[in-house]
Design a protein. Structure first.
Length: 102
């Protein structure tokens, strides 16, 4: 639900997570429109999409998430991340919005 691209501090994923903008089935249907009538081919394309793009290990390898963690260690990892960020300060700009010249 967050991303390094929008300046998130820590990103974890479970091994069963799908890291993608949309679901693999919907993406495969759009990419492979010509196979829309063939359910078997569409299932094959969906599986290929899941393996290549929606896989959390690939996302971790590319730096989109920090680590793939097991569900039973989630609480410990989140607590450790909060402890790390406890003293974090962010320098905010003086003004967030300007008035445009009218």
């Amino acid at each position: 639900m967050s991303s390094k691209h929008i300046r998130a501090d820590v990103n974890y994923a479970w091994p069963s997570a799908q890291i993608a903008v949309m679901g693999a089935k919907g993406a495969a249907e759009i990419i492979h429109r010509k196979d829309a009538g063939d359910a078997e081919r569409l299932a094959q394309h969906t599986k290929e999409y899941e393996d290549r793009f929606a896989n959390p290990f690939i996302a971790a390898q590319r730096g989109f998430i920090d680590e793939v963690i097991l569900p039973h260690s989630t609480r410990r990892r989140v607590i450790r991340a909060f402890e790390m960020l406890k003293t974090k300060t962010v320098a905010a700009p003086l003004r967030k919005h300007d008035n445009i010249p009218l």
